[in-house]
Design a protein around this ligand. Structure first.
Ligand SMILES: C[S@@+](CC[C@H](N)C(=O)[O-])C[C@H]1O[C@@H](n2cnc3c(N)ncnc32)[C@H](O)[C@@H]1O
Length: 274
């Protein structure tokens, strides 16, 4: 029998490799630091079996959130499920960064970043690394830690490439935490897939790939999220809503495949209103 072998942290290596494959589009000149041969094989397989346009999709996602954060100029950037994304090094050096992910991902990232900085491959930045599993009991301790770091400073919370792997219960818990932590005028950037995508060839291939290759995460049925999860949140207003096609227009990316084959992820910028 085929043995499932892809662990959740490997999806973060895959995302970084996608970003490194078109630096002009992603503007992530540091993603290539995470490159390794096991991920290259996985990326090849994923592009062949799921969708070859995933490189552009991930580059556009990085570019969009990077430029939104640059435009909104928060004092603190808090990245939930940060994986190996490199925003701290692509953004203003005065920004305070908080990177949150599973403990093993965070420990590895922190150690490697120190190594890259020693070798002169990365500039110095203020980064707090926090290891947390969003499917466990973590809220009170994390909230206190984040309140201490954030104080009354303005913030942008980013959660991208993560919600697909979480249950709705754990997602609700996260958005409640965001609201408790943030003040009026603060921002959240989020990315997720909608349910109707499940009827497309592209998404069916993604689910086949995940069901066949991935070691199961907490969420049993790969989460999708409708617009009203964002529009009906009483603590936030939806300020900006994009998807792969609108970002392709914005950043002059040529869409090559037919719509049915593309994993059209949706991107949301929310502003805290109360
Ligand atoms: C596809 S990667 C995306 C990483 C990063 N946000 C990016 O866009 O480059 C998914 C990330 O979510 C993290 N993740 C998934 N489930 C998690 C959980 N229950 N608790 C904490 N982190 C989780 C994984 O460890 C991984 O780093």
């Amino acid at each position: 029998m085929h043995k499932k072998s892809i662990e959740i942290h490997e999806t973060a290596f895959v995302t970084s490799t996608f970003r490194s494959l078109n630096e002009d589009l992603s503007r992530d000149v540091y993603a290539k630091l995470w490159g390794n041969s096991r991920t290259n094989v996985l990326v090849e397989k994923y592009l062949n079996q799921v969708c070859e346009e995933e490189v552009s999709a991930h580059c556009l996602r990085n570019r969009f959130f990077l430029e939104e954060i640059e435009r909104l100029k928060p004092e603190v950037l808090i990245n939930f499920g940060s994986g190996f994304s490199m925003y701290p090094f692509l953004l203003n050096e005065h920004m305070i960064n908080v990177e949150i992910d599973k403990k093993e991902v965070i420990l590895y990232k922190e150690e490697k970043i120190k190594e890259f900085q020693k070798e002169g491959k990365l500039p110095k930045r203020t980064i707090y690394f926090i290891g947390v599993d969003f499917s466990k009991d973590y809220v009170d301790v994390l909230l206190e830690t984040l309140k201490t770091i954030k104080g009354s400073k303005s913030s942008f919370i980013l959660i991208e490439g993560v919600l697909f792997f979480l249950s709705r219960k754990d997602t609700d818990k996260l958005f409640e935490l965001f609201s408790k932590l943030q003040e009026e005028g603060d921002y959240v950037g989020s990315a997720s897939f909608q349910n109707d995508l499940k009827n497309t060839q592209g998404f069916k291939k993604l689910l086949d790939f995940c069901n066949n290759e991935m070691i199961k995460t907490e969420a049993s049925d790969w989460q999708t999220i409708e617009d009203d999860f964002y529009t009906k949140n009483k603590n936030y207003s939806l300020e900006n809503h994009q998807d792969y096609f609108s970002l392709s227009k914005k950043y002059n990316n040529q869409v090559k495949l037919e719509k049915d084959l593309i994993l059209n992820e949706k991107f949301y910028i929310l502003k805290k209103i109360v």
